[in-house]
Design a protein around this ligand. Structure first.
Ligand SMILES: Nc1nc2c(ncn2[C@@H]2O[C@H](COP(=O)(O)OP(=O)(O)O)[C@@H](O)[C@H]2O)c(=O)[nH]1
Ligand SMILES: [Mg+2]
Length: 281
């Protein structure tokens, strides 16, 4: 009787070490490394076949698309903004629906006007009718900036051909991904594979898995975080080398170099992914 187990007590499984002996991605968090990333992005030149490098950000509401853009812009414009976090659009906290339903781009001008990042506010699975047709048109450069999604199907317009697509997913949702979302993304990835456009998976909200910002330095050594990301990558059929991990600014007034390094690293990876595709155009 009592609480003792009936079977022979066996040696408890040793708890795995919380930290991996080696990080699964090398990211240096020094001033020097940060400045190098700034320079790399500042000096980015598209392949001569493309006038700008165009990146399309895709993800469901609340995944952190706008915040990512906001965060990156704050980072790149740090001198001009005095290290403050800018707000390029009103991001309503906890907003479940987006008001805007059009394609809008953010050039990194005056930082580097050769980079264009497109936000797809309001382009939502289940809400946007003919989502995959619209998406195909956007990627093929048949949609002009500022276009309302409703108008896209009606006419053919001149736009920017997309060189890299980024799917944004919050690590928060990693465990209970909506099967419909996975299915939609599979369709998107299938279409991208056909056209050869590279695709990256951007994992946001990583701050939710650490106690303080400083701990983000050990992000790639945390066994539990790696497992979570691996699981997500597997579900989405991404190789780990195409997964980018960030924590966006959400309540900060000032930028932070650790977060900044991860954000700039993600942009640098996107630009690198776009290059071979531009070469083949
Ligand atoms: N903690 C945390 N909050 C975030 C992060 N990214 C976005 N948010 C917050 O999540 C909410 C939705 O983000 P938003 O960028 O508007 O998502 P969008 O609908 O994909 O554009 C906002 O309240 C953001 O402040 C992140 O990396 N960490
Ligand atoms: Mg948004």
């Amino acid at each position: 009787m009592g609480g003792s187990p009936s079977s022979e007590p066996s040696e408890p499984e040793p708890e795995p070490e919380p930290f991996l002996p080696n990080p699964w991605r090398e990211v240096e968090f020094s001033d020097d490394a940060y400045m190098k990333l700034q320079e790399e992005i500042k000096n980015h030149q598209p392949h001569p076949k493309a006038s700008t490098t165009n990146i399309l950000i895709l993800g469901n509401v609340g995944s952190g698309k706008s915040s990512f853009l906001n965060s990156v812009c704050s980072e790149l414009r740090r001198e001009e903004l005095n290290g403050r976090v800018q707000n390029i659009q009103a991001v309503r906290p906890g907003a479940q629906t987006s008001v805007t339903q059009h394609l809008r781009s953010h050039t990194m001008e005056p930082f580097n006007d050769k980079i264009k990042i497109f936000d797809t506010a309001g382009f939502e699975l289940g809400k946007t009718v003919n989502a995959s047709i619209i998406l195909k048109k956007i990627i093929d450069g048949e949609v002009a900036e500022g276009s309302k999604f409703d108008d896209i199907l009606k006419s053919k317009m001149e736009g920017d051909k997309i060189h890299c697509v980024v799917l944004v997913i919050s690590i928060y949702n990693a465990e209970n991904l909506d099967p419909a979302l996975i299915q939609f993304y599979e369709q998107v990835i299938g279409m991208l594979t056909e056209t050869g456009v590279p695709c990256q998976l951007l994992v946001t909200f990583i701050d939710k898995l650490v106690e303080k910002t400083e701990d983000l330095k050990d992000l790639y050594r945390r066994r539990d975080i790696k497992q979570k990301i691996e699981m997500l990558a597997k579900k989405m059929r991404f190789s780990m080398s195409n997964v980018l991990v960030v924590s966006n600014y959400f309540e900060e007034m000032k930028i932070n170099q650790i977060k900044g390094t991860l954000l700039l690293e993600a942009v640098a990876q996107m630009l690198t992914a776009a290059k071979p595709f531009q070469e083949r155009m």
